[in-house]
Design a protein around this ligand. Structure first.
Ligand code: KG4
Ligand code: ZN
Length: 350
């Protein structure tokens, strides 16, 4: 009888076994759980927190308490929707950071307890890497190397991606993120939090060239949005002195002009990055990539410059656990597992 090749047998078992992962996202104000089986998303459930709207921003202590209430029902809903039993899970993944510490701790402790109880591996995921990896959920998937403009409520980055999970930040914001610029401008106009989607909505009726706001002159591939925010604030304050109804009278035009200013800054840097790095596979990701003007103008720019462009499905742009799940799938393949004492990290680099 021939000798058994144990190494080959292990590889064969590993590659033929199906990989089913439960992933949890709890970095900010949305509690989300997803199930992925062999790289395919079977469920992606999200409990949004509306409590922060009236405060004009996320209140961290309230967010973590809501996560505590939501996490069990959301995980249950995801397992049920996917038709997966706990004992079928191969691993549990969660967002390690960056984000709000209290919110992260809820996902961190819940997933550790579940992985320990089921005696299965634990996988940590960087939230910003996951936004980029959202491109691998559906087809068409980007070719390597590609650039990703990741724009969220806390980050604005241009990332060069050379392989699954292999990426480096080549441009970053020096102050506010693009999402913050949307949200803070929206607050000034009297919208509730998060104001980005409301600026998008009202912009549809407005003229993007009605008002001109100052744009930053930052060298290289970095961004700055705090000057834009101040420029909008001063302009609106000045106009309000002349006409107390200025915002109401010009709401759509103000929204469209603010949105266009932010989109111009983002696409200007992305264009420069693609040229400097000689890369024509270009993508956008993160909550702000749900913005209709950014999506449209990104596609138009791509056509003009002969880029291959990629945008994740709408529900995979804003925070979701499906992006955590797809990242975890690739980490599972490279057996990149975490120990049970891994901390939550409010700040976290790639
Ligand atoms: O990625 P994300 O869901 O959470 C973070 O990781 O921060 O991004 C949230 C940000 C918020 O600033 C929100 O206002 C912005 O994405 N956002 C939008 C739109 N949808 C979400 N900004 C502009 N237009 C939108 N349609
Ligand atoms: Zn995010």
């Amino acid at each position: 009888m021939g000798k058994i090749n144990y190494k080959l047998a292990t590889v064969l078992i590993f590659t033929t076994m199906s990989i089913t992962i439960l992933a949890v996202e709890s970095s900010c104000d949305d509690t989300s759980a997803a199930i992925i089986k062999d790289g395919k998303i079977l469920a992606n459930c999200i409990a949004n927190q509306t409590i922060h709207a009236k405060y004009g921003g996320v209140i961290p202590e309230m967010a973590s308490r809501k996560h505590q209430l939501n996490i069990v029902p959301v995980v249950d809903a995801a397992l049920k929707e996917a038709g997966v039993e706990q004992h079928e899970l191969s691993a549990i993944a969660f967002t390690q950071g960056p984000g709000l510490l209290g919110s992260l701790l809820v996902g961190n402790s819940f997933c550790k307890a579940m992985a320990f109880n089921l005696s299965i591996p634990l996988i940590t995921v960087n939230h910003m890497i996951a936004h980029v990896m959202a491109h691998f959920i559906d087809d068409p998937k980007p070719q390597f190397p590609f650039l990703c403009l990741t724009v969220s409520g806390g980050h604005t980055q241009i990332v060069k991606v050379t392989d699954y999970l292999k990426m480096e930040v080549i441009g970053n914001t020096l102050d506010d993120a693009a999402g913050e610029a949307f949200d803070k401008s929206a607050k000034l106009l009297g919208f509730s939090y998060p104001g980005g989607p409301l600026i998008d909505k009202h912009s549809k009726e407005g003229n993007p060239e009605a008002f001109t706001f100052g744009k930053p002159k930052i060298q290289g591939l970095n961004f700055s949005f705090s000057g834009v925010k101040t420029s909008i604030l001063y302009y609106v304050q000045k106009q309000l002195k002349v006409n107390p109804n200025f915002i109401e009278d010009h709401k759509a035009d103000l929204c469209a002009s603010i949105q266009q200013t932010i989109v111009d800054i983002l696409l200007g840097k992305l264009k420069r990055a693609a040229k400097e790095h000689g890369i024509n596979h270009v993508s956008i990701a993160g909550g702000v990539s749900a913005n209709s003007a950014l999506r449209k103008q990104f596609e138009e720019l791509g056509q003009k410059l002969k880029w291959n462009t990629y945008i994740p499905k709408f529900e995979y742009c804003t925070d979701n656990a499906a992006m955590i799940a797809i990242t975890a799938h690739y980490k599972y393949l490279s057996e990149d597992f975490a120990s049970l004492d891994v901390p939550a990290m409010a700040r976290m680099k790639f």
